[in-house]
Design a protein around this ligand. Structure first.
Ligand code: PDD
Length: 319
């Protein structure tokens, strides 16, 4: 069988599976290698290296008023990740951007979605080909999928409650292993950390092998003590979060002192406030870490100030 036939055959099998569990693909726009396809039957070949090896990269952007925030920064980070992964991307930044923005427009054109905010994820894989690690096994250019659907940010009630996190035993990847600075599609370590957090917790925080806090499964982490905002430094091995960057800038602008230093998990237990940052959740309070209640279980004043400042500044960043 030719590779192309294998790909077609596996695509057909996958299509049948996806079509039978389709509720989660409703109101979703899928673009594969520049072609919009029916989300219900969209599929990737099993010979794709993203599927075989997690040999892929991704970015998640979100919109405000239908406009994607930090699009250039997301694409710069995608290209940085590609460098770290030694991946030759098949499209230019401008082309990925054009297609992501077009897919957001297509999503907002769906019935009932004209006022919805969008979650827009781009996944790029090294391509499909023969089994084997060598680049000579790769028989296609990098493949990409753009998935756009309704954004589901946490509610105002959830904000008041804050998140409950567990510091798990599992370590964050060492920068000399799968470098956390590279936003690769291989999130198995983080997924296992999430599962380890278990019942009663919303998510997991990971330390490195030296016992220093790094970040959460899909977010950066901060604490506040005596009016000073503290977060782990980039060189500890974390993702250079765009919301983290923006929050540090805002803190400086608001004359709130910030420190990027290594710290053990006990600092969180004794903190006045703890908060997390990510594209989807912006600046969001954490009210419990392991068995310790933080800030009497409510969002702290600096967390609220930074959250409001972030939301206000979005309009300037989008302009
Ligand atoms: N997660 N750290 C990790 C490991 C992440 O995966 C993310 C992003 C962040 C925050 O980065 P940013 O502020 O640029 O979103 C930190 C995205 C949102 C996700 O996986 O859905």
């Amino acid at each position: 069988m030719l590779l192309e036939e294998v790909i077609l055959w596996t695509r057909a099998c996958f299509t049948a599976i996806v079509a039978s569990v389709n509720p989660f693909v409703e109101n979703t726009i899928i673009v594969i290698n520049g072609q919009q396809v029916d989300a219900k039957t969209a599929s990737i070949p099993v010979f794709d290296r993203g599927f075989l090896y997690g040999d892929s990269l991704y970015e998640v952007a979100r919109t405000y008023g239908g406009k994607a925030l930090f699009m250039s920064e997301h694409l710069d980070r995608l290209f940085e990740s590609a460098k770290l992964a030694r991946m030759q991307l098949s499209q230019s930044k401008e082309e990925y951007r054009r297609q992501m923005e077009a897919s957001i427009q297509a999503f907002r054109a769906l019935p009932g979605q004209s006022q919805s905010e969008a979650y827009c994820r781009i996944i790029v894989t090294r391509g499909a080909g023969k089994i084997g690690f060598g680049l000579n096994c790769v028989m296609t250019p990098t493949q990409y999928v753009i998935l756009t659907q309704k954004l589901e940010p946490p509610s105002a009630e959830q904000f008041q409650k804050g998140f409950k996190y567990r510091v798990v035993e599992r370590f964050r990847n060492h920068p000399n292993a799968t470098d956390p600075a590279m936003k690769s599609g291989n999130y198995l370590n983080s997924l296992l950390a999430f599962l380890e957090a278990g019942d009663g917790f919303d998510d997991a925080l990971l330390c490195n092998a030296d016992g220093h806090l790094t970040e959460g499964t899909t977010f950066n982490i901060f604490y506040v003590k005596n009016g000073i905002v503290v977060t782990s430094p980039l060189d500890i091995g974390i993702l250079d979060g765009l919301t983290r960057r923006a929050t540090l800038e805002l803190a400086k602008k608001l004359k709130i002192p910030v420190r990027e230093v290594r710290f053990p998990k006990e600092r969180l237990y004794e903190a006045d406030e703890v908060f997390m940052t990510s594209t989807i959740k912006e600046v969001f309070p954490v009210t419990k870490v392991d068995q310790h209640t933080i800030a009497k279980g409510k969002p702290g004043p600096i967390t609220e100030k930074l959250n409001q400042a972030f939301r206000k500044e979005v309009q300037t960043w989008l302009a």
